[in-house]
Design a protein around this ligand. Structure first.
Ligand code: ADP
Ligand code: MG
Length: 401
């Protein structure tokens, strides 16, 4: 896999470089303001290095899940503005992905200029299962540049036109962010310092069962919180009230507990709420006493202590998924407590997942206390599962830059 430094050493002055970045930031639903610009900041090193080398930079990115057609709600306009602020230059936004306006604006770029293409998911072909459909969009994207830099770590697990197919059409290298993320994941997978503790939370157990199966043989402890813990608690025979429960996964969780129950650590108490709301009535209850009409929206203080003890002795930690509905103040304490314990780890601590990374920042924790905060939740989980990621595989094949 060639690196950005290889490309810079060749010289990029005057060359048009297509950078696939991950600029998929959370927006406030009402104001459409960016609530966490972490992914934009993580994309700066590659873009800045290319500008410094005199490249004409064309950035492709997605935002949210528009339905394959232009939708102003998902426009990258706020992202173009923020990217420009952070780079200290004007970043123009094309009105389309790879149409007439993108072509005209890409052709007009001067050395060191940056153009952002409109949300690539405004084209249905971006995410199409059909190779020819994706190929047609990839042809148009490739025509905008002479070389391709993939820096969208958060999207490398997707076989999408701007991630995969375009790399088949242009000389390509991995960007700085992709290189950093891979370096950290390699440290997690090859002989991690022990004890190796993984903390998983978030909403759906079904999203994360594959990674649980893959990690269980490798970890010393797996701590489970968040919405997904209730399917495990149900598998242990506890009533979980109206908490998030994936009934079709209970048997799988039961099997995992039978196989590796000594390594799986579940909550001992939860914050039970009368409704999914910031002004719900709440009470801390033990996991064997969750009332039928209450839902668990955070792990309780004793659980934070138990998890903290496990984390205190760890030398390698990977944490993915908030412990509770941290977006609402009454359900933040579990995530904050675990985030603090992960930050205090004496060894390598890695936070993966869009919401987990956002939690670290919005709860006011010190980002510098972590070994690494990954920009890619799904991508890092699939990597840890040992799956081949299409966007990485394609970078290692052919097409020298
Ligand atoms: P990440 O993006 O870090 O991978 P996920 O997307 O898997 O994390 O999950 C994050 C979401 O999980 C958050 O929006 C949070 O509100 C939700 N969540 C956490 N705990 C619970 C719970 N007990 N009940 C319902 N939702 C929860
Ligand atoms: Mg998420």
């Amino acid at each position: 896999m060639r690196s950005l430094d290889d490309l810079l050493a060749e010289g990029v002055s005057g060359r048009r470089v297509l950078v696939r970045a991950d600029l998929n930031v959370p927006l406030d639903k009402q104001t459409r303001e960016i609530t966490d610009d972490g992914r934009i900041r993580a994309s700066l090193p590659s873009i800045q290095a290319l500008r410094d080398g005199g490249a004409r930079v064309v950035v492709a990115a997605h935002l949210g899940r528009p339905k394959g057609t232009p939708d102003p709600q998902f426009s990258l306009a706020p992202v173009a503005a923020r990217l420009g602020e952070l780079l200290g230059t004007d970043v123009e936004l094309a009105a389309d992905v790879a149409g007439d306006d993108a072509r005209a604006k890409a052709a007009a770029l001067g050395d060191g200029d940056v153009l952002l293409l409109e949300n690539v998911r405004f084209e249905a072909a971006e995410t199409s299962k059909d190779d020819a459909e994706r190929g047609e969009l990839a042809d148009r994207l490739a025509a905008l540049a002479d070389v391709y830099v993939d820096d969208a770590f958060g999207a490398v697990h997707r076989k999408h036109a701007s991630v995969y197919d375009v790399a088949l059409r242009l000389p390509h290298v991995a960007g700085r962010l992709v290189a950093t993320e891979l370096d950290v994941l390699t440290r997690l997978t090859s002989d991690p310092a022990r004890p190796y503790v993984v903390v998983l939370g978030g909403s759906k157990v079904s999203d994360k069962l594959a990674v649980i199966e893959a990690l269980l043989p490798k970890v010393d402890r797996l701590l489970v919180g968040g919405g997904m813990c209730f399917t495990f608690l149900a598998a242990q025979g506890h009533g979980v009230g109206t908490s998030l429960l994936e009934a079709d996964q209970v048997d799988t969780c039961r099997r995992l507990l039978a196989e590796a129950g000594d390594r799986i650590v579940l909550p001992v108490d939860v914050v039970a709420a009368s409704a999914f709301s910031a002004d719900a009535e709440t009470a801390v209850v033990d996991v064997d006493a969750i009332p039928d009409d209450r839902m668990g929206l955070d792990v309780g203080p004793r659980t934070v202590e138990v998890f903290g003890r496990e984390l205190g002795g760890a030398r390698t930690v990977f944490w993915n998924g908030p412990m509770g509905v941290f977006e609402m103040a009454p359900f933040q304490a579990g995530t904050r407590g675990v985030a603090q314990a992960v930050a205090a780890v004496d060894g390598l601590s890695v936070v993966g997942g869009g919401d987990s990374a956002a939690a670290v920042r919005t709860l006011g924790l010190d980002e510098a206390a972590y070994g690494h905060i990954s920009t890619g939740g799904g991508a890092s989980l699939e990597y840890l599962e040992g799956r081949e990621l299409p966007g990485l595989a394609v970078l290692t094949e052919g097409g020298a830059a």
